[in-house]
Design a protein around this ligand. Structure first.
Ligand code: ADP
Ligand code: MG
Length: 239
């Protein structure tokens, strides 16, 4: 689409740790309103990709654009201010603060009113209302993941980056996560890039999926194509 701008466009991205090529030639696009998944066996480079996108790891080559703006030289907090928000594989909350305070910390000044609305809706959708007065330290791992998700949508991201959003979340709450993300995207136009091992979740939510192995993207497409792709099956069986 000439003139149209992807929410996220990653081109020719390389990351090296010494001589080791952790990522090579990575190209990813996420368009407005899309939910895009990244899968791959352990050691494929998924966490390194998230870290490169958020600015925790410096790429050795390539570009990262958020809504047409080059990000690869920006610091992590600048990227967050620009609208790239993330959650962690193991939720990172301020343990001595209440759930409510943790969520409030996610609100960005530029979009504070929309953020408070988004937080209220997410609290309801994810059923975390009974938790808001508790200290984050007193939550279970799965509860922490849900609260972190509320905090990130409270920031009204342009691109939401989720590292294993349902890891540790009980199966009966996973559908709530899917519904929250769909609803949030429908209302705000945000897009989402997520890493996840739960294939049922991936197949149920992603519009498009990239498969990584050994630092490269080896296949991409909708779930129907990915789940029957011989190269993909080989990568998983061979690991
Ligand atoms: P995944 O998240 O897909 O399991 P990672 O991105 O964590 O994979 O790791 C990809 C590869 O990069 C692994 O071989 C890992 O050992 C290596 N790696 C990750 N971080 C570093 C680092 N800081 N220094 C050296 N090697 C690293
Ligand atoms: Mg990882």
């Amino acid at each position: 689409q000439a003139g149209a701008s992807a929410d996220l466009r990653v081109s020719d991205l390389d990351v090296r740790f010494g001589d080791f090529k952790a990522l090579e030639g990575i190209a990813i696009e996420v368009w407005p309103g899309e939910i895009v998944g990244v899968i791959g066996p352990n050691g494929a480079g998924k966490s390194t990709l998230v870290n490169a996108l958020t600015g925790v790891v410096a790429p050795t080559a390539g570009t990262i654009e958020l809504c047409g703006r080059a990000l690869q030289r920006e610091r992590p907090n600048a990227r967050a201010k620009l609208g790239l928000l993330r959650t962690f594989q193991t939720a990172e909350l301020f343990g001595s603060l209440s759930v409510n305070d943790n969520i409030s910390l996610g609100i960005r000044r530029a979009v504070a009113e929309r953020g408070r609305d988004a937080a209220r809706i997410a609290i309801e959708r994810l059923g975390v209302g009974p938790l808001v007065g508790l200290k984050a330290d007193d939550l279970s791992g799965g509860e922490r993941k849900l609260v972190e998700l509320v905090r990130s949508v409270a920031g009204v991201p342009d691109l939401l980056l989720l590292d294993e959003p349902v890891a540790g979340v009980p199966v009966h709450d996973r559908q709530r996560v899917i519904e929250l993300l769909r609803d949030h995207i429908a209302r705000t136009g945000a897009s989402t890039l997520l890493i996840e091992h739960d294939m049922e979740f991936i197949s149920g939510i992603c519009d498009w999926i990239y498969v990584m192995a050994a630092g490269e993207i080896i296949a991409s497409g909708p779930w129907a194509a990915i789940s029957t792709n011989e190269v993909v099956l080989e990568a998983y069986l061979g690991s």
